[in-house]
Design a protein. Structure first.
Lengths: 142, 142
DNA sequence: AGTAAAGTCTACTAATTTTGTATACTTAAA
DNA sequence: TTTAAGTATACAAAATTAGTAGACTTTACT
């Protein structure tokens, strides 16, 4: 399961994407109210996404956040990795957060290849689907 | 990611499956040593699997654990659900542990259908793959 | 019958992660 | 120069995960 934080991130991005074409920043406060995400918590999430170049921010009065790339260029896999880390079920089959198992020989382990298969299956979806696919409201899927 | 507990469970089942044909129970202690799983922790895990009819136990001297069904009849999805709960990324798309999101209208939410797609992809693997597929050693895949 | 070796049950505890909050600081438009 | 925005650092509470302790029950073997 995704963490609450990742869920908030997706909800916030869904909202930001729906305002992407307006070309002006959206207040954290506004997102917080509309999506009912605790303000201070959301601040941290958006900052993290900014540091990973998903969002850009404007400081000072009339500041706020915007997507720093078109929605269709940001995959869900990327977001989930930033917020929650590995997508794979075991770190020994993670593409981006690989860690060897202790007490397990990867050459003979039979769990490993099955989990790699599961990872491929889920990545096929999460690397195809983008923020564009989760824009809120009645926007078409593609 | 799966919990450590779920990983232990799969490793223990992998070992138990490799002894399935012998038709006699395997000691918790033996699994604990071979797979380097803390004994007391493993006891709890195996008990849980027994209560869900994955394993059967014999008490008393020369007791131990055995699979209560042929390895090919136990899916990985079933094991993971017993130990870790939902497989889906969000509970609002979980088949077995459904919970509605707060603050989100499922009829208009655009995150939901994408997560359902991801769930279907991973379940396709985890409901097809069984304990037989993870039997340790050089046993053939099918 | 007694003992030793196995699983079972209940109740903890320690560590880690998650989900936040508080407060002071920086920036920039009005 | 004030005010409304994001930024940074440091906490703190709650929940979950990982693991332990110890008494109890069951059963084979002597």
């Amino acid at each position: 399961m995704l963490s609450q934080k990742a869920k908030y991130a997706l909800q916030a991005l869904s909202y930001l994407a729906s305002h992407y074409k307006e070309g002006r920043p959206v207040l954290i406060q506004e997102i917080s109210e509309r999506k009912r995400i605790p303000l201070k918590f959301l601040q941290g999430i958006l900052l993290e996404l900014k540091n990973e170049d998903i969002l850009m921010s404007y400081r000072g009065r009339s500041g706020g956040y915007m997507l720093s790339h078109p929605p269709k260029e940001i995959t869900l896999a990327r977001i989930i990795r930033i917020i929650d880390g590995p997508i794979a079920l075991l770190s020994c089959v993670s593409m981006n957060f690989y860690e060897a198992c202790e007490n397990c020989d990867e050459n003979t382990c039979r769990i490993n290849p099955v989990m790699a298969e599961a990872r491929d299956a889920i990545l096929k979806v999460l690397e195809k689907r983008t923020i564009k696919d989760i824009i809120e409201d009645g926007t078409p899927l593609h």
